[in-house]
Design a protein around this ligand. Structure first.
Ligand SMILES: Nc1ncnc2c1ncn2[C@@H]1O[C@H](COP(=O)(O)OP(=O)(O)OP(=O)(O)O)[C@@H](O)[C@H]1O
Length: 337
């Protein structure tokens, strides 16, 4: 396995505006890494700098401990798969996939042999002679992936690869991406604004905001312990609360914030030491496996909890109703930054 990536103080400035601001992070070889964050946070710029499609204003990019900052995309050992797949419309699948070898001067027989092998890898052999407009979105994505893999990169860079697919296909294709990455043992760096997608795929997730890294870790570690109020809000399923009003006793200084997961809040105490607050129900949404219940605390703060169908029915939850909410103090997440 190869393909470790290290960003060292990596910076991109556009019009005096640092859109990627001196970030430092290491991606282990053979891992599936997701760059996650809201629109405009700098994730695509970061990916493009790794690919060599964007110059680096300051700092370095190391690939397998080799400084590649000033190398061209083809010299780096990375391959990029674009959001719209960027397939050549006038070429059939075989020619699309073998294109990278053609421009490297590989003979027709050799490049077709390797392209057929790649088509086999993505289960597209029988579509070799079709043109992109004869393929479904998922099939186009497989061809784009085969085309990215043909030059045997160490690192595969994917910019929102699933965003053009419908929700059902998106889930199927993300499984295929993960299986392929595991089978090949390559490093994948996948840009997404979807927390669900990143959590389903990533060994390592990097959460970005405003050109900076907010948190790096496994999806589970990030979900269990978000570093900042931004991360807690962005990944969802967390309440960011101020230690004020009936929660003032939890304050660790002025403006003290903490988070508690919506699925860790219940309407029944689990122990006599549980924190308890009075809440008024504002709204409830049926979410199939649970009800998402939005409430407001006495001091006006919003709080959301996930209640089971049974609890929802037993408590006769409805808008305007006052209910007690409980959670264990151990469930409180204190922000590190
Ligand atoms: N070529 C450019 N010139 C000037 N500003 C740019 C350029 N490319 C990107 N930006 C700005 O840099 C910031 C980061 O853009 P980037 O595309 O990296 O964000 P992103 O997180 O990938 O967003 P999205 O999910 O919308 O693609 C944005 O504010 C964007 O407007």
């Amino acid at each position: 396995m190869s393909g470790s990536i290290e960003l060292v103080q990596t910076t991109k400035v556009y019009d005096q505006n640092p859109v990627v601001d001196a970030i430092n992070v290491k991606v282990e070889k053979g891992s599936y890494c997701c760059l996650l964050g809201p629109s405009g946070c700098g994730k695509s710029t970061t990916l493009r700098m790794i690919a060599g499609h964007e110059t680096v204003t300051d700092g370095d990019i190391l690939l397998n401990d080799r400084n590649v900052t000033r190398l061209t995309p083809r010299q780096r050992g990375t391959a990029m798969m674009f959001q719209d797949y960027a397939l050549f419309p006038h070429m059939n699948c075989l020619d699309n996939v073998s294109y990278g070898l053609k421009i490297s001067g590989v003979s027709k027989a050799d490049r077709y042999e390797q392209a057929n092998e790649m088509l086999g890898l993505v289960n597209m052999v029988e579509h070799a002679n079709k043109f992109p407009d004869q393929l479904s979105g998922g099939q186009q994505q497989r061809i784009a992936l085969a085309r990215a893999l043909i030059c045997k990169p160490d690192v595969v860079l994917l910019d929102e690869p699933l965003s053009a697919l419908d929700p059902f296909l998106r889930i199927q294709m993300r499984k295929e991406l993960k299986q392929l990455q595991q089978k090949l043992g390559l490093t994948f760096i996948h840009v997404t604004h979807s927390q669900e997608e990143a959590f389903a795929l990533a060994d390592q997730a990097i959460v970005m905001s405003g050109g900076k890294i907010e948190q790096v870790g496994s999806p589970r570690a990030i979900f269990e312990s978000p570093n900042t109020p931004f991360v807690a809000n962005f990944i969802g399923g967390h309440n960011v609360l101020k230690a004020s009003g009936s929660l003032a006793f939890l304050s660790k200084g002025s403006g003290s914030l903490f988070s508690v997961r919506a699925d860790h809040i219940s309407t029944q105490p689990r122990s006599e030491n549980d924190i308890t607050v009075k809440a008024d129900v504002i709204d409830a949404e049926f979410q199939a496996q649970f009800y998402l219940v939005e409430c407001v605390l006495e001091d006006g703060q919003s709080i959301t909890c996930y209640l089971s169908e049974d609890t929802f029915d037993a408590r006769l939850i409805s808008s305007g109703k006052s209910i007690p909410l409980y959670w264990s103090e151990e469930r409180i997440n204190t922000f590190r930054c």
